[in-house]
Unconditional design. Structure first.
Length: 257
């Protein structure tokens, strides 16, 4: 159902079962999948692709032009997967030509009120951005990561799978997977044990990750030596430990410690 006060460009593709609320604006070259609901006064920008069964609340801005001085009106896009929840006043920006041309968001994510995703970010699935959380441009956010309220992540940072960022935290370096971080300049505070237990990680895996954490981040070893030590240990047979090591080895901004 499309409310009669909504403005929908004729070149937008609206699937069956889509609901568009009062005074919302759907610009040209927008595709909206089946069963998606868009609340009142939302704006869906040109070049946006929205999947199935998403829920976009009132006053959200999805796929607007990036807040980047390098952007000169090039045709870019925002790709939003299935079953995402976008709450009030959330802003999800499309990409820049210099950054690859698109912002990509997976499935089942929750963007709480006033959270922001800037241009050229790549976000996995089932992540959570709490109220007022802010991602700068070119950020990679892996699956199941949680960003606490009023936290901010510096451009080009990576946040690993199942990582947890507490509220009012500033992330300026890569945050390894499975870890907890907090502070005005984030520091690690151990493994995200509660989160891992909620997702039914085995005790053996959690023990292995704790051991890897102690070797890499809480020993007197250099990072290179610590990584080598983990690789030579039996815990390196655990897939999650291998992922942690791979993440650390491919960091370009340095690792939160």
């Amino acid at each position: 159902m499309i409310h009669p006060t909504a403005i929908v460009d004729p070149k937008a593709e609206i699937a069956e079962g889509v609901e568009i609320g009062p005074y919302s604006v759907i610009e040209r070259d927008v595709v909206i999948g089946e069963g998606t609901k868009i609340g009142a006064h939302a704006v869906i920008g040109e070049g946006t692709r929205i999947g199935k069964q998403c829920q976009i609340y009132q006053f959200a801005s999805v796929g607007e032009a990036p807040q980047a001085l390098v952007y000169k009106g090039e045709k870019t896009s925002l790709i939003l997967g299935d079953q995402n929840i976008v709450r009030e006043f959330v802003t999800l920006n499309r990409g820049t030509a210099q950054g690859g041309g698109k912002t990509v968001i997976g499935n089942g994510n929750l963007f709480m009120a006033y959270s922001h995703v800037a241009h050229d970010c790549v976000i996995g699935s089932r992540t959570i951005l709490a109220n007022g959380a802010t991602l700068a441009g070119h950020i990679e956010l892996e699956d199941h990561a949680i960003i606490g309220g009023l936290s901010a992540v510096h451009q080009f940072c990576r946040i690993g799978i199942h990582a947890f960022v507490s509220g009012m935290t500033g992330i300026v370096q890569d945050l390894p997977p499975f870890m907890l971080a907090s502070g005005s300049r984030a520091k690690l505070y151990g493994l995200n044990t509660v989160g891992l237990k909620r997702f039914n990680f085995s005790e053996a895996t959690i023990r292995a990750l704790k051991k890897a954490y102690r070797i890499i981040f809480r020993s007197s070893l250099t990072l290179t030596k610590a990584v080598k030590t983990v690789e030579e240990d039996d815990i390196f047979s655990i897939p999650e430990v291998k992922h942690l090591i791979d993440f650390v080895q491919h960091s370009k901004r340095g690792i939160c410690r």
